[in-house]
Ligand binder design. Structure first.
Ligand code: F6P
Length: 611
C-alpha cells in the first residue's frame, strides 16, 4: 500500500472507526484471508461425516445457542482448523471493532456518511419484561453500555425519537384494533393495505405471515408492492373503501412504484365514497422523508417517522413495522423487538468463537470458497415463514452484492452468493432433487420451529367468527414436517450408496457430503422471530466487514431506475420517439435491442388497435 492510500484511509477515521490500529491493516487482513483461502482449497473434497470421527468435540464447537435459537453448523466441509483460520480473519478484519462502532452509532455506512442504527430501534426501554422467556428477559434488562447508552445522530436524541414514534404507533394501533379509529363514514377498519416495496414491504409481510395466528379477528393485512396494475386490481376486488386503511411506507418517499400505487389507492378511496376531507382516516404514512409525506397531503398526526440512519432492508423494527403492530398488537410487537435485542446482546457480548451471527457468517464465507459459485438456500420448515427467503434475499444480496471494497477498490473474491428458497416440504418436491444429486452444491439453511405438542387438541378458531373446526391430525402432520427437516439434513450429508448389482445404481446413488445448517426455534413466536431476523442481519453485516465492503448502501439499483424514467415517455408515445429533440436524444441513447423492443411493442399495439 502506498503512503498516499494509507493517508487517505487514515483520513476516513470518523466514518471508519473500526480501522485497525496496526501500521498496515491490509497486510494483516491479507495474510489472514490467504490462510483461509489456502485451507478452504484443501478442504474441497473433505468428507463431512468423517469430521465427526476425527473431531470428537465437533458438536460442541459448531453448535451454539443464542437468544433462544439453537444453531447447528457442524454439517459443513469445515474442520476445526479451518474455523481457527476464519476466527483469525475476524480479528484481522476488525469485526469486533466494526460491531462496536455500529452499536455506538458511528458512521459505518461510509459511502453515505451515516450510521446504521437499526439496533437502536429495539433497545429496551422498560417494556414488557418477564413476558417473553428467560433468555430474552435477561437480555432486556437495561445495562449502562453502548446498547442502551444515550445516543445522538447530529443533534437528534435517537433514544427519545425511537420512544416517541413507538408510543405514537402503539396509541394508533390500539385505536385501530379496538375500533376507536374509524373510517370517514364511521365504520371500524377491517383491512390494512401496506403500500411499499423492498425493505418497506418484505419485513412486514414476512412478520405478518409468520405471526398470523396472533392476528386481530377483525383485521386483515395486505401488501401492495408491485407497480403492475394487476396487483392492485386483484387486491381491491376484496376491499371496501369505507373500512380500508392504507399505510404508505417509503423511507425515501421517492419510490416510483409506491407513489403510483398510493395514488391508485387514493383514487379508489375517493371513487368509493370517502370524501377528500375524510381521507386522513384512511391514509397514514411511514417515512424518513416527512416533507415528502406532507407534500402528498398527509398531516403530521398521520405520519410515523424514522431516521435515515435506518437502512431500508433493516427497517422492520422502525415504524415500517406498523402493519405488524396493527395485526399482532403492541405487546406482541414489543416481544418481537425484545427477541431481536436479545440477539443484539448476544452479538455484542459473545466471543467470536461462540457468537452465532459471526459463526453463521464464517460458514457462509467458507462455503463460498470451498464450493466456488455456490448459492445459498433458505428452507423454512414452516409455512408461516414462507416469505423468509425473500426477506433474506434482499437483506443479503442488496447489502453485500458489491464488487468494490469500501475504499472503492475492486475486490478479488466473490461476495454475496445468490440466495433463494421455499418452505419445506414443498421444496423437497421441486428443487431438492438438484441439492441431492445435481453437479453443483448449494449449502442450505434449515429453519425449523419445533411444533407445539398440544397441536390439534383444541378446535381451530375461524378468523371470520364461523364455527371452529376440528383438526385431530395436526400434530401428526407437524411431526411429519419436523421429521422431514431432520431427514433432509441427514440425507444431504450421508448420501446413499448404490445397492450391489442394482442396474439403476448410478441413478439412485446420492453422493452426500452436501453442506447444511440447522436453525432450531423453540417455537415460532414474536420473540423467536425477532431473534431469527436479527441473526440474519448480523450475519449479513459481519460478512460485509469480512469482505471489507459497505453493507449499507445500494448504489447499483439506481441505474435501472434512471433508465426506466427515460424509457417511460417513449412507451407512452407507443414507442415512437418524441417529436422534440429530447425524445430523439433518449432514443439515440438506447441500445439496438431496446430500440427493437420498442418497435415490437409499437407494432403489437398498432395490431391491437386495428383488430
Ligand atoms: O430498491 C432500492 C430500495 O431503495 C431498497 O433499498 C428499499 O428497501 C426500496 O428501494 C424501497 O425504498 P423506499 O422505502 O425508500 O420506498
Amino acid at each position: 500500500m502506498t503512503e498516499q492510500t494509507f493517508k487517505r484511509r487514515q483520513g476516513r477515521a470518523p466514518g471508519n472507526p473500526g480501522q485497525p490500529t496496526s501500521p498496515d491493516p491490509d497486510s494483516a487482513w491479507q495474510a489472514a484471508w490467504a490462510a483461509v483461502e489456502r485451507q478452504a482449497a484443501a478442504c474441497r473434497a473433505l468428507r463431512i461425516d468423517g469430521l465427526f470421527d476425527s473431531e470428537p468435540e465437533r458438536l460442541d464447537r459448531f453448535c451454539v445457542e443464542a437468544a433462544g435459537l439453537w444453531l447447528d453448523l457442524s454439517r459443513n466441509r469445515l474442520p476445526a482448523s479451518g474455523l481457527d483460520a476464519l476466527l483469525a480473519l475476524v480479528d484481522a478484519a476488525g469485526v469486533p471493532q466494526w460491531r462496536d462502532a455500529m452499536f455506538a452509532g458511528h458512521a459505518i455506512n461510509g459511502t453515505e456518511g451515516r450510521p446504521a442504527l437499526h439496533v437502536a430501534l429495539r433497545s429496551p426501554d422498560g417494556r414488557h419484561r418477564d413476558t417473553v422467556g428467560p433468555a430474552i428477559d435477561a437480555a432486556m434488562q437495561p445495562r449502562p453500555d453502548p446498547l442502551t447508552a444515550p445516543l445522538k445522530v447530529g443533534d437528534e436524541d435517537i433514544r427519545a425519537a425511537v420512544r416517541n414514534t413507538l408510543a405514537r404507533m402503539r396509541a394508533f394501533a390500539e385505536a385501530v384494533r379496538d375500533g376507536a379509529w374509524r373510517g370517514a363514514t364511521g365504520r371500524p377498519i377491517t383491512d390494512i393495505v401496506n403500500v411499499g416495496i423492498g425493505g418497506s414491504h418484505l419485513g412486514p409481510e414476512l412478520a405478518c405471515g409468520a405471526l398470523t395466528g396472533l392476528g386481530h379477528p377483525r383485521l386483515r393485512t395486505h401488501f401492495l408492492s408491485n407497480v403492475d396494475p394487476d396487483a392492485w386490481q386483484h387486491l381491491a376486488r376484496d376491499l371496501d373503501p369505507a373500512t380500508t386503511l392504507a399505510i404508505v411506507a417509503s423511507k425515501s418517499w421517492r419510490t416510483q412504484e409506491t407513489a403510483m400505487n398510493a395514488l391508485a389507492v387514493r383514487e379508489w378511496l375517493l371513487a368509493g365514497g370517502v370524501p377528500e376531507e375524510g381521507l386522513h382516516r384512511h391514509f397514514v404514512g411511514v417515512t424518513a422523508n416527512v416533507a415528502g409525506a406532507r407534500a402528498f397531503g398527509l398531516t403530521d398526526d398521520t405520519i410515523f417517522p424514522f431516521g435515515d440512519w435506518v437502512g431500508g432492508r433493516y427497517s422492520l423494527w422502525s415504524a415500517i413495522g406498523l402493519p405488524v403492530m396493527l395485526q399482532i398488537g403492541p405487546q406482541a410487537f414489543d416481544a418481537l423487538l425484545a427477541g431481536a435485542h436479545a440477539m443484539d446482546r448476544h452479538f455484542a457480548d459473545a466471543p467470536p468463537a461462540r457468537n452465532a451471527p459471526i459463526l453463521l457468517a464464517l460458514v457462509s464465507l467458507w462455503n463460498g470458497l470451498v464450493h466456488p459459485g455456490c448459492t445459498e438456500v433458505i428452507a423454512p420448515y414452516s409455512d408461516a415463514l414462507a416469505r423468509l427467503p425473500a426477506w433474506v434475499q434482499q437483506l443479503q444480496m442488496e447489502s453485500n452484492g458489491k464488487r468494490v471494497d469500501r475504499h472503492g477498490n475492486p475486490v478479488a473474491y466473490d461476495t454475496a452468493p445468490a440466495c433463494w428458497g421455499e418452505p419445506g416440504t414443498d421444496a423437497q418436491h421441486s428443487f431438492f432433487q438438484a441439492l441431492h444429486q445435481g453437479t453443483r452444491i448449494h449449502p442450505i439453511d434449515f429453519v425449523v420451529p419445533v411444533p407445539d405438542a398440544g397441536l390439534g387438541q383444541a378446535a381451530t378458531v375461524r378468523s371470520d367468527g364461523g364455527a371452529p373446526f376440528a383438526d385431530s391430525g395436526a400434530l401428526s402432520r407437524a411431526t411429519t414436517l419436523l421429521a422431514n427437516a431432520i431427514a433432509q439434513a441427514e440425507a444431504l450429508m450421508r448420501g446413499r450408496e448404490p445397492a450391489p448389482g442394482d442396474p439403476l445404481g448410478a441413478h439412485r446413488a446420492c453422493p452426500g457430503n452436501r453442506p447444511s445448517n440447522t436453525i432450531l426455534l423453540d417455537a415460532l413466536t414474536p420473540a423467536s422471530l425477532g431473534a431469527l431476523l436479527a441473526l440474519y442481519e448480523h450475519k449479513t453485516v459481519t460478512l460485509g466487514w469480512l469482505w471489507r465492503i459497505d453493507s449499507f448502501d445500494q448504489w447499483g439499483v439506481e441505474l435501472g431506475k434512471t433508465l426506466a424514467a427515460r424509457i417511460e415517455p417513449l412507451l407512452a408515445n407507443d414507442g415512437a420517439p418524441d417529436a422534440g429533440p429530447k425524445g430523439e436524444a433518449d432514443v439515440a441513447a438506447l441500445s439496438p435491442p431496446s430500440l427493437a423492443l420498442l418497435d415490437r411493442i409499437r407494432a403489437i399495439r398498432a395490431r391491437r388497435r386495428q383488430g
